[in-house]
Design a protein around this ligand. Structure first.
Ligand SMILES: Cc1cc2nc3c(=O)[nH]c(=O)nc-3n(C[C@H](O)[C@H](O)[C@H](O)COP(=O)(O)OP(=O)(O)OC[C@H]3O[C@@H](n4cnc5c(N)ncnc54)[C@H](O)[C@@H]3O)c2cc1C
Length: 282
């Protein structure tokens, strides 16, 4: 039997987090599966839970000239409905789960779950998202790539709650997203790629390529991106195979129930090639 806490404010939630050994329950779509109990209807939760998904302070999406700020309890459905958000950022979200999952699941839950197959992660890594973390002692902000430390692990301390995600605002000439799964809905990614690029006068001004489900965390190789930046499109055309070989060396997937490492490597490289040839070079 576990206890549950239903705070009325974020400040109350932070106090509970500090004074009790609790597990944070946001939409619950990962937790309800992780702790399911086949023999009964109730889940078998290992410790007391702190509900936060109802807190109004965590439910807003704020946009200012330099940032998009997404509250921890913003569901996928709310994100998709918000007409102020760029359509390109919605492509990964509209392929997550099913309508029911998108109604309860949150971007922050996806980050904190830190699955290598988390479908918001390649996009959030590509956009240089930051994670806002609060405790009763104050607030700290960390890069998403530092926040996630491995499969299922983050640098969150036992007294902290993630309250927001910050996405720096920038427009991109080219965006690309592909998810490869077994079905169209309710499928965990075998491979996914989210990429953006900015082209100025036939030169690559910015490029970011992020690969999901092919390593312990999202793969983003800034060294390869730097060697592509400043190339003319004609130079990139000549060098594509070299860059694909560089990515191939960095993509280190595993065999598991969903796919094989050979399939994942091949498909990831093919998707990067599609992005470079069909979106960047045209
Ligand atoms: C049928 C089904 C289909 C799915 N399909 C997909 C899919 O296509 N792609 C995909 O990526 N995922 C999928 N998921 C997984 C899940 O829906 C997502 O990861 C979702 O984003 C989790 O959000 P949540 O709010 O429900 O998280 P929760 O289950 O509430 O929490 C997940 C983890 O994050 C922690 N946490 C949550 N919020 C915070 C916070 N504010 N601060 C600190 N820790 C926090 C929790 O303690 C827990 O460890 C699917 C799940 C199901 C059941």
């Amino acid at each position: 039997m576990v206890n549950s806490f239903w705070p009325m404010t974020l400040s109350e939630a932070l106090d509970i987090r500090k004074n009790h050994n609790v597990m944070i329950f946001n939409g619950g779509s990962d937790l309800m599966v992780k702790y399911r109990c086949w023999s009964g209807i109730s889940v078998d939760l290992p410790k007391d839970i702190l509900y936060i998904g109802h807190l109004n302070e965590l439910k807003s999406i704020d946009i200012n000239p330099s940032e998009i700020i997404i509250g921890a309890a913003v569901s996928y459905a709310q994100f998709l409905k918000d007409s102020r958000l760029p359509i390109e950022f919605k492509h990964p979200i509209e392929q997550i789960g099913s309508v029911a999952i998108r109604n309860i699941g949150t971007l922050v839950g996806n980050i904190c779950n830190a699955s290598p197959a988390g479908d918001t992660l390649p996009m959030l890594y590509a956009l240089d998202a930051k994670v806002v973390i609060m405790s009763t002692k104050g607030q700290r902000i960390v890069e998403i790539s530092d926040f996630i430390t491995g499969p299922g692990s983050t640098q969150l301390n036992h007294d902290e709650i993630v309250t927001r995600i910050i996405i720096p605002r920038k427009t991109y000439d080219r965006t690309f997203y592909r998810k490869v799964g077994t079905r169209k809905a309710n499928a965990i990614s075998k491979v996914s790629v989210f990429s953006v690029a900015d082209i100025k006068e036939s030169r690559i001004d910015d490029i970011r390529i992020c690969i999901g489900s092919c390593g312990p965390t999202v793969i983003r190789v800034k060294k390869i991106e730097s060697s592509i930046i400043d190339l003319r499109l004609s130079e990139l055309t000549l060098d594509i195979d070299r860059f694909l070989r560089m990515y191939d060396e960095k993509i280190v997937p595993i065999d598991d129930v969903r796919s094989t490492k050979i399939y994942r490597s091949k498909v990831a490289c093919n998707l990067i090639k599609t992005f470079l040839t069909k979106e960047v070079i045209l």
